[in-house]
Design a binder for this molecule. Structure first.
Ligand code: HEC
Length: 158
């Protein structure tokens, strides 16, 4: 009986030690998790200057899109129109607010519809429509620059 309770004590001790080891590992994991969560939050925060960067791409692709349309190179026009659309969708997803203005909302309500019309004209290979829709897109670019107190940024249609 004495021997039995001795071994029982030993087993209990081992169990307690295992418990301590498990708890320690768990709390170490928790620290790792907290650090990871912090990193994710930092990464998710909108990058400063990200909008200006997106706009720079926007301008480049827009110009190439115009040139492609002018040359009647419709597959190339589609390529750049898709780039512009991806770019716009990224701005929308980033929920950009600038000077209290909902830039993402404006991109969604003004830029995307104008771009969709231009894409239709390019898909139809309709040069006359392309010119009209291209001009409408430029107006959407500039209207938003006006709205966001960046009226001095005037994009020109080719
Ligand atoms: C929803 C509003 C909005 C729309 C639509 C928009 N822009 Fe902008 N754009 C801005 C804002 C705001 C800035 C200033 C960004 C900054 O400096 O942080 C800007 C800046 C720019 C710049 C200056 C950045 C640079 O690199 O020179 C260019 C060029 C530009 N936009 C081109 C365009 C073109 C081309 C289009 C249309 C295809 C367009 N934008 C549509 C809001 C808009």
């Amino acid at each position: 009986m004495k021997k039995l309770s001795g071994s029982l004590m030993f087993v209990m001790l081992v169990l307690v030690l295992i418990d301590i080891a498990v708890l320690r590992e768990l709390s170490r994991n928790e620290v790792h998790l907290a650090a990871l969560e912090q990193k994710v939050t930092t990464l998710q925060a909108p990058k400063k200057g990200a909008l200006a960067e997106a706009m720079a791409h926007c301008q480049r692709w827009f110009e190439k899109l115009s040139l492609a349309g002018e040359a009647g190179n419709w597959p190339l026009a589609k390529y750049y129109a898709d780039k512009l659309q991806e770019n716009a969708e990224e701005v929308i997803a980033s929920k950009v607010v600038d000077g209290g203005q909902d830039i993402s909302g404006l991109v969604k309500s003004t830029l995307l519809p104008a771009l969709a019309e231009l894409q239709k004209a390019a898909a139809a290979g309709d040069s006359a429509q392309f010119t009209v829709r291209n001009q409408a897109l430029v107006s959407a670019c500039n209207a938003c620059h006006e709205t966001t107190k960046r009226g001095f940024i005037k994009v020109g249609a080719r």
